[in-house]
Design a protein around this ligand. Sequence first.
Ligand SMILES: Cc1cc2nc3c(=O)[nH]c(=O)nc-3n(C[C@H](O)[C@H](O)[C@H](O)COP(=O)(O)OP(=O)(O)OC[C@H]3O[C@@H](n4cnc5c(N)ncnc54)[C@H](O)[C@@H]3O)c2cc1C
Length: 413
Amino acid sequence: MSNITRREFIRQSMLLTAGMVLVSCEDEDQGGEGTYESPGMLLGNQLTKNVVIVGAGMAGLVAGYELVRAGHDVTILEARERVGGRVFTLRAPFSDGHYADAGAARIPPDHDMTLGYADHFGLKLDPFYPDSSYYVNLSGDERTLVSASDYINDPPWEGYHVNRQDFLKIRGGTDILPHAFADYLAEQIHLGAPVESIEQNSNGVVVRISDGTELNADRVLCTVPLTVLNRIQFNPQLSPEKLEASSGGYYYFNITRVFMQFVNRFWESEVLNGWGNTDWPEEIWHPTWGRQGPRGVLLSYLKFNRADEIDLLSEGDRIEHVLSRWETVFPGVQEHYEDGTSHSWALEEWSGGAVSWPSSEQEAALGAHIGAAEGRVHFAGEHASDYHGWMQGALVSGLRAAVEIHESDSYII
Ligand SMILES: Cc1cc2nc3c(=O)[nH]c(=O)nc-3n(C[C@H](O)[C@H](O)[C@H](O)COP(=O)(O)OP(=O)(O)OC[C@H]3O[C@@H](n4cnc5c(N)ncnc54)[C@H](O)[C@@H]3O)c2cc1C
């Protein structure tokens, strides 16, 4: 079809006949990408629905992507001035084109949706951990060097089923993945659009943004983390279980990362690769590993109460605190420091925490309710999945909600 897409042709024809729209996902022609399969492609012909998605993190983006490709009319409202949510690659204040991830970074080999969409968009993957030089382990004042082969043949956390050597990362920074979705959804995404209320009535759903704009929808998908869900007013009110979960009844933990750029990779003189662990506890990552020097960026990855403690400090004091502790890990570290920054997920206005981490009791009592649709409002996000704290969870839950919406109401064969 030359000047008009097949979808538009069908839309116009059907509008002429019954005021109704029939679409197919088999032969979409959008931006040259719509015809090829994706891991979560929606199947079957359905009535077009007018869908509003709240949040342009991985859950909202994947749902939006598949719903648009299946022919639905989608609007994505994002509170921040950027897409990606907890996938956020920092490129400042680093020099020489260096970057480091403040959020999602490593991908286990069995996360089929994360890897599947990376492949779908043609993204390049690299091993996450170095397989050469020495890792540092600091316990008390005792520093030990661990060979790369020993280190990467262990999991990053006790009991985890994947060894370090099998983790992957997206070349160029993890945010390339949400940006790939967002490039396709440029017309659908509205940034700086915090949703304040979601009201269901007999005609559908009305979504109101902070500037007073109201949007009408057949279906709404809400992907905001539970930590900030209570900033949206729902009418009718959410179920008691969702209210409990969004009032602190479903635990989240905090993560703060402190990033430091050095004028050179001084640790290499000791045949160190810049990675390691301390018993603070803390992971030490070297995001510029494998990239052209001479400068290098290291980061301190702090969780739970260590993240809460460092959040009490100013940014300058956070960096100073890490540098002074690291004198035992990388002797002379302070002399080589050039510039730095930090990122706390608990202090982020639209996150309010890093990742959901419910106790088994919380999961048993609330887990099944968190992703359950309420009327015409659907819910997704890493918290509404079995993969808490992973992009995979956001993608799986976003796709589950997209199927719910796609298959809701009438089904046309
Ligand atoms: C420090 C850190 C490290 C991580 N490491 C990894 C890792 O190595 N590998 C991995 O796979 N995963 C990792 N994750 C987890 C992964 O980043 C998340 O599971 C995933 O990105 C969550 O996506 P989401 O769509 O569920 O939520 P989010 O990314 O939080 O998206 C929700 C969106 O909703 C928006 N929003 C909130 N309120 C409103 C409102 N009222 N109106 C409009 N928009 C709103 C937010 O701005 C946000 O963009 C990590 C996360 C963190 C924080």
